[in-house]
Design a protein around this ligand. Structure first.
Ligand SMILES: Cc1cc2nc3c(=O)[nH]c(=O)nc-3n(C[C@H](O)[C@H](O)[C@H](O)COP(=O)(O)O)c2cc1C
Length: 312
């Protein structure tokens, strides 16, 4: 009994339960007030989190909704930091380092302005530069649009999200996943309005009635966690509010597990190669509770998220 208890209490090795590097990009939308609540959702995950935010995002981050984790302002990487860190040829370039470090990027909230930049390749700040340098179709991207209904239903939104999907998702992987998972797709832009505007739209999940999670890592390369209908900050009632933090976290957790599976496979392959024999090795899948998420930045001290009661 004692031995079992001890085994359950131990922290799993990196090989058994690989940690995941999660990069959270926050843009200027009212929904940025939920950043702390999103971090709360991830506090029991074994992952390292770095956060970068646009200048506009800080306006909302400073007015964040109360959360257990809080907003780790001292850790959030800013445009200014990107510039000040580079002083000589030997210095690292923050947006390149971040894209290299991250296993997964989440843009939450993704506002209309940054959506337009990502779709067209504009990279005039840290957030858009990271995305412009992203390893497309190799590392997953999750975007969580948030905007006023008028902006969400504007034809540009569907067009630009479709453009992103084409860039980030291999069409073969998308075809499989779309057929299997999107039973009743809803268009972001009314088809008639889009057609009148001469815009090609693709089906997008306007309201996630039930979670539609990717089955494989390849299918996870581009995920839109669609907005919800609610009373928006402007007072309008309608579609455009960022998906709930629970739904976003479910996508993140699921994608992190797909990344872990891939890392485990790489560990096994490397070990087998090193041993020079194809002897199968048993790997314990997620045997114990993961350690808490860590918020970190390169330049700033590591900030440990407060350990929740049920954390290891
Ligand atoms: C009070 C306020 C709320 C806003 N909320 C949103 C929003 O929810 N979604 C959006 O797309 N833009 C919103 N905007 C507009 C963006 O903040 C603006 O386009 C800004 O330039 C975005 O900069 P960024 O993309 O660098 O973060 C809001 C602006 C203000 C003043």
């Amino acid at each position: 009994m004692m031995a079992n208890a001890a085994a359950l209490a131990r922290i799993p090795s990196e090989e058994e339960y690989p940690s995941v590097h999660l990069l959270l990009l926050v843009t200027g939308s009212v929904a940025a007030v939920k950043t702390g609540l999103l971090l709360d959702q991830l506090s029991t995950e074994r992952c390292n989190i770095r956060i970068a935010a646009t200048k506009a995002a800080f306006h909302f981050l400073r007015r964040a909704q109360p959360s257990m984790t809080g907003i780790p302002f001292q850790s959030i990487i800013t445009d200014e930091q990107e510039w000040s860190e580079w002083q000589a040829m030997s210095d690292s370039i923050v947006h390149i380092e971040l894209r290299r470090w991250a296993d997964l990027v989440v843009v939450a909230p993704l506002n209309a302005n940054t959506l337009a930049k990502l779709a067209t390749g504009i990279c005039d700040n840290l957030v858009s530069s990271v995305m412009r340098a992203w390893e497309v179709r190799a590392k997953p991207v999750i975007v969580c649009p948030a905007m006023n209904s008028a902006m969400w239903t504007h034809p540009l939104t569907a067009t630009q999200l479709s453009q992103l999907e084409v860039i980030y998702m291999d069409p073969h992987d998308k075809a499989e996943s779309t057929e299997e998972k999107t039973a009743t797709p809803i268009v972001a832009t009314p088809a008639s309005a889009a057609a009148a505007a001469g815009v090609v739209t693709s089906p997008l999940p306007e309201v996630a009635a039930e979670l539609s999670l990717p089955a494989t890592l390849k299918e996870s390369m581009f995920q839109i966690v669609g907005p919800i209908s609610k009373r928006l900050a402007c007072g309008d009632i309608g579609i455009g509010g960022m998906a709930t933090v629970e739904e976003i976290a479910a996508h993140i957790r699921h994608t992190m597990e797909l990344i872990r599976e891939d890392k485990r496979r790489q560990f096994l392959e490397a070990r087998e190669k090193a041993e020079g024999a194809a002897v199968p090795v048993a790997v314990v899948a997620s045997p114990v509770q993961p350690a808490s998420a860590q918020l970190e930045t390169k330049a700033c001290p590591v900030v440990q998220a407060p350990a929740p009661a049920n954390a290891a």
